[in-house]
Ligand binder design. Structure first.
Ligand code: TXA
Ligand code: MG
Length: 315
């Protein structure tokens, strides 16, 4: 059930239940990160393999060093610049975090979300929240409470309403265990912004199924329909016998036979395109088309993360 009762959400979380919460990136499926039984309910609801580690969400006032054993200088610098916000840091964990949160790894990914409702809720609790994105395993991430309701409403006690997620892409994950920072997942904070602060960083975006970063599995964020990322849209539809919808960047062509056309940003703004991406994938998945063709966006700023998600959503 969707609602905006913060104290109900807090009570459920204190009682060891799972609650879907809004964040500025995507909605999360949250539970008490210090309670292994509560965390196990996240995996059950998500039908996610046990080995996938979760992100730990902290309130603004919380001290990250209660949860990580080292907080290197560059990580501090990044946290000061970009928290609260769409950035998650991989650091060495402390024992207070149960194994089930990190899937047995010695490291943990932590984040201070910017969404005011997420922050209000975290302030009300005396524990951090472990939360993956609130979608069933491998499906499209939710950027609205209704997305969560539709795909997993029958499996969770409460969905806290927070409006559409303004960033619309999962957080950028940075391995900050050494001063040689590596990006493990592209996301809502662009590489340009990061590199402007700390200089060039390495990319370690694995292409193959990697139990350490399942967000990086080849296929992920997938609609149920076939989605194809194409370089030449006109050629693709000329050869297509099925009913198709289009996910578009370029708005200069008409495509009169498309079932639906979803323009990521008519003003060619990659930030707007990012915030629309998952909503449009959800809509395209539910419209009358049989398949979806998608166009790449310019590969700069958030465009890199958008293209990454499109490729991973494609068949
Ligand atoms: O924006 C976000 O990050 C959203 C919101 C809800 O905060 N959360 C999210 O969680 O996207 P999830 O579980 O869908 O993705 C977390 C990613 C996964 O790819 C996971 O493998 C990686 O973080 N991860 C978590 N802990 C890790 C660890 N200790 N080592 C390596 N990768 C880790
Ligand atoms: Mg996810």
């Amino acid at each position: 059930m969707i609602g905006n009762d913060l104290s109900r959400a807090a009570d459920l979380l204190r009682a060891g239940e799972v609650v879907a919460i809004p964040t500025e990136t995507v909605y999360g499926l949250a539970a008490n990160a210090l309670d292994p039984l509560a965390v196990s309910k996240i995996y059950a609801a998500k039908e996610r393999p046990r080995f996938n580690p979760l992100i730990v969400h902290l309130s603004l006032k919380s001290n990250i060093e209660d949860y990580v054993s080292e907080f290197p200088a560059k990580a501090v610098q990044l946290a000061e610049a970009f928290w609260p916000g769409p950035m998650s840091l991989l650091l060495n964990k402390r024992d207070v975090l149960p194994e089930i949160v990190t899937a047995g790894l010695d490291s943990v990914v932590v984040r201070k979300p910017a969404h005011p409702i997420a922050q209000q809720l975290l302030e009300m609790l005396d524990f951090p929240l472990a939360a993956p994105s609130a979608n069933p395993f491998k499906q499209i991430s939710p950027t609205k409470a209704e997305h969560v309701e539709r795909s997993m409403g029958d499996r969770i006690a409460y969905i806290l309403e927070g409006g559409p997620s303004v960033v619309g892409l999962e957080s950028t994950i940075l391995d900050c265990r050494t001063d040689n920072i590596k990006a493990l997942r592209l996301g809502g904070l662009s590489l340009e912004q990061i590199e402007k602060l700390i200089g060039p960083i390495e990319l370690e975006l694995s292409k193959h199924s990697n139990p350490q970063a399942p967000g990086q599995m080849d296929q992920h964020y997938s609609p149920a329909k076939g989605l194809y990322v194409v370089d030449d849209m006109e050629e693709a539809i000329a050869n297509c016998k099925a009913r198709y919808s289009l996910l578009l960047w370029d708005d200069s062509k008409a495509y009169p036979n498309a079932i639906e056309k979803y323009y990521l940003s008519r003003s060619k703004d990659l930030v707007e395109a990012a915030s629309n991406l998952f909503e449009y994938l959800h809509r395209a998945d539910e419209d009358m088309s049989e398949i979806i063709f998608a166009e790449r966006v310019p590969n700069t700023g958030l465009g890199r993360a958008i293209n990454d998600r499109l490729i991973r959503a494609s068949h």
